[in-house]
Design a protein around this ligand. Sequence first.
Ligand code: 5GP
Ligand code: MG
Length: 195
Amino acid sequence: MGHPVTLGNDEIAMKVLINQEEIDRGIARLASQLHERYGKEPLTIVAIMTGSLVMLADLIRSLEMPIRISLIRATSYRGGMTSGELTIEDSDMLDIRGRDVLLIDDIFDTGKTLAEVTRRLERQQPRSLRTAVFLNKRGNSVVHQEPDYSVFEIPNEFVVGYGLDYDDLHRNLPYVGVLEEADIAAHRRQFGLSK
Ligand code: 5GP
Ligand code: MG
């Protein structure tokens, strides 16, 4: 049993891991932790696109302090699920020197993305820098850094929805679903994708 979604030419049943209500409660929990931490002080949120787009939109509407938003783009060359070399595009960055900064991303897996972006932001000498991720996949980290805030911890499965994609699809699902290996393999065969 799962939610029907389209993948390639097939309709597959997506297993829901985290539903919409749970997500709402999770974001509200994060917002209250941030209110506790920052009070009414202005906060600059740096969001890693495209995955954290939905979390960003929900989170900022739950926050009451003055908020500045800065988008950066991190892409690892990959076809679907495998992650490769990381490219960071931050030419539009706001000035964060002396600011309280919260870096957000969709998911912490190996941790390489968050660690690398953290390193870059630190060079600009913010007053403080903390990190928040929507999902934390436990057990895959290869870095000496943990997110300061994780909305949910999840098992080591490939998930989509709420901003997370497979092949640039499914970001718009209002829940987090698990994409099964068998469905991915079928999709790859259909479209002649190699990995
Ligand atoms: P890390 O650098 O921590 O290994 O990976 C972070 C990036 O890998 C995320 O921003 C996301 O783009 C991708 N990623 C890792 N695990 C998943 C997953 O289960 N589903 C999706 N859609 N992307 C993932
Ligand atoms: Mg990403």
